[in-house]
Design a protein around this ligand. Sequence first.
Ligand code: AQP
Length: 333
Amino acid sequence: TPRVFSGIQPSGGLTLGNYLGAMKRFVDMQGSGIETIYCVVDMHAITVWQDPEALRRQTRELTAGYLAAGLDPTKSILFNQSQVPEHAQLAWIFNCVARVGWMNRMTQFKDKAGKNAEKASLGLYAYPALMAADILVYHATQVPVGEDQKQHVELTRDIAAKFNHDYGVEFFPMTDPVIEGAATRVMSLRDGTKKMSKSDPSDASRINMTDDADAIAKKIRKAKTDPEPLPSEATGLAERPEARNLVNIYAALSEQSTEAVMREVGGRAFSEFKPMLAELAVEKLAPISSEMARLMQEPAEIDRILKDGSERARDIAAPILRKTYEIVGMVGA
Ligand code: AQP
């Protein structure tokens, strides 16, 4: 049976980008005859400094976000990465399989490390090998992600292929990224060429899953656009990143294709379209944020769900790690 794995970092508040590009799609894949494993990747989060108290809160908040978005812990495995040490153990093996030249090509490292790469943590550089371990320690075959993670899933395939080749085995599967829907790349509300990101210094650039109705409406009203009305057809969005972004968000929230949305709103002025988008966003997000707030009142229950999930995850990961050690030649595996 196909097995799905994916994760989100508890490195700040959840954004609409994380929700539409990842979380909502995780929930949609649940229960369709496939096994779904979803993770709060706290070990990835600390590749850049996290205040310990904030990390604990963000881990619980992200878990609450998953649950509020419809993730059912009886249908999916939901846990935090650090409670399953097999991820880190397999990552070490993969650090020894991956090549420095491969890592040097990772664009996310370049973006996140910025000009001062010498000062970035070694963990940030090695991040994609840990991500490969996250996926392959379950022999996952599909990874739903946003567009920005495509390169890392391709690296995961390279690592699996090199491991299989070097040890002469057919052990790790070739994992496919699943990048589909209208919102695989939600852009900043201030700059249609930059992705919406939880670490963008401008709060106006993103919609946070905890924003209230007024904040959501205000951010959409102020979102950058060009002065023209919407084009009459989807093809007219090609050279208009801000307009395309708002239409794509509308499409993803209303579960329609971009083309279908354009049939509805094509030719309208932004002064007309933005309030429609704001209303839809509030309608879809308000129930999630209020459920998140409710769940955050019960941290012990959240911790219990994570612990239970981590035990179920380990049941799958431990034998795969043991077999990997045996293949590599570790005595006692
Ligand atoms: N803007 C986005 N559009 C679509 N998908 C997105 N994702 C993130 N931003 C967008 C998807 O969300 C999943 C989890 O991402 P992550 O938290 O692990 O890391 P990230 O991609 O680095 O997310 P952020 O929000 O940009 O965090 P920071 O600011 O800390 O770097 C992934 O599947 C990702 O594709």
